[in-house]
Ligand binder design. Sequence first.
Ligand code: ATP
Length: 462
Amino acid sequence: MAELKEYTGKATMEKITSLAKRRGFVFQSSEIYGGQRGAWDYGPLGIELKNRIAGTWWKEMTQLHDDIVGLDASILMHPRTWEASGHVENFTDPLVDCKKCKSRFRDDMIPEENMKAKKCPDCGGELTDPRNFNLMFKTHIGAAEDTASVLYLRPETAQGIYVNYKNIIQSNRMKIPFGIAQVGKAFRNEIVTKNFIFRTCEFEQLEMQYFVKPGEDEKWFDEWKNRRWEYYKKLGVKMDHLRWYQHPIDKRAHYAKDAYDIEYLFPMGWSELEGVHNRSDYDLARHAEYSGKDMQYIDQDDNNARYTPYIIETSAGLTRNVLMVLCDAYDEEKVADKGDVASEGSADDWRTVLRFHPSLAPITVAILPLMKKDGLAELAQDIRTELKEDYSTDYDQAGAIGRRYRRQDEAGTPFCVTVDYQSKEDNTVTLRFRDSMEQVRVPRAELAVRLKQEIKAYKRAN
Ligand code: ATP
């Protein structure tokens, strides 16, 4: 009975982290060696979830927008890129150390009274003066580790898009306004990595850079803010957990003319999920200056006018989106009165359920034979084979049926198909819905189509 006390109906970061590990969403990197700070590994369910989130974003950006194309640029770029972009000079965090307990902080994360008194918020020891620390990971190419061989692991995917923008105009006949979308890894030597996969040193970004005519940038900035908001709505995210935050002028990144974040109410509080930035012509103008190449656009629809396009950027963390989707989906529900309790144990009065949108769920449908014997297992396997082509499936024949439902609820599987004795008689199965726990009898022949309809029509109840 002791474990019942843990249920409060609320998500906490501890619960999410523990569920993620227990069910194979996310593991600590190099755990057998004590773990590697700022790095995580995505397990069988985690990689499916991450891929689906990336796929949904990619479809939204490319398939649903005729004026956006994709790119997959390399992580290693010419080091001049990062001089031009301003990252060598400006991509720094102010770092403060405690002389006593040796804790290290980003100075904007220390309460003001501690900064004034120069006292460590952890132990009260004396703090050092802030000093700037560059967040880029440095490495070397080739055998000689000298200054001529320095390379950086990209701290954002955006620059790979900027240096290719002319290639894409020429090869794909793109006309302004148009966008380039990219999903890929980025690396930052973050001083403080905490809150699970929220802030890590190695992470993935979903970035789209939209090239516009100067003077039209503010209109497009508003338009993209709007589109990104609608996107999360379509994804079924709890909208009262999302809000806008505008960066004050003196806190904006070196390239930003205007900058808003979409913040999500994570268990540790409101935090950035995605940035929408007006990067002005800063990046292209700097690349023109540093490379000596002409980065101007010739506008054939405007008497061959030449100009350096402005760029509106939508930049979301893919791995941070995984965390958001996990937190958003997480629910604990008392189900004792709902006739769906498992046969063993009182802990089953409660269930943990991940209410993923069915199009994001790692497993779409689980097939469960009521018994292993009397040909039910074979029949269930047969149905699984049939559904496999179109859906990601799981098969589970171990333990009481209520327990198996719980396991699928916890993995976020929206549909279970139960095969029983009646199935052998009349070729019908039970379709069970994760959210409502309702069960309906469906002819086997209609199952695939029914699932498709249910996914399309899905609306989250709470
Ligand atoms: P922060 O202020 O939290 O350090 P940022 O403003 O520097 O973030 P951007 O440079 O705007 O972040 O990056 C765009 C997106 O990339 C962020 O909204 C976030 O989702 C993701 N992101 C940035 N840094 C990290 C990180 N260290 N770990 C995971 N995701 C990150």
